[in-house]
Unconditional design. Structure first.
Length: 79
């Protein structure tokens, strides 16, 4: 066994962590600003501004889709 293979064996494997950001679509034309989604979201992703839902911080969304299920107007899509 040559020195080269010893070095290769000792080489640390680099593990790349891919953080996928979720995509939240809100149909603001249909949103009545009821705030149900913002209250139900466990990660405080959503907020209501001027009687319409908007995304406060998509990076903390865990794609649980609680907001999608609770919206009475079907205006949220989470991918
Ligand atoms: S999918 Fe879950 S975490 Fe993301 S915005 Fe909706 S309720 Fe919040
Ligand atoms: S639950 Fe639906 S209608 Fe109510 S604020 Fe959220 S997106 Fe708008």
């Amino acid at each position: 066994m040559g020195l080269g293979s010893l070095f290769r064996r000792g080489k640390k494997e680099s593990k790349e962590e891919v953080v996928e950001q979720c995509h939240i679509d809100i149909n603001t034309d249909e949103c009545g600003g009821c705030e149900k989604c913002a209250i139900a979201c466990p990660n405080n992703v959503l907020q209501i501004i001027d009687d319409a839902c908007s995304v406060r911080d998509a990076q903390v969304c865990k794609t649980c889709r609680v907001c999608v299920a609770i919206c009475p107007n079907d205006c949220i899509t989470v991918n």
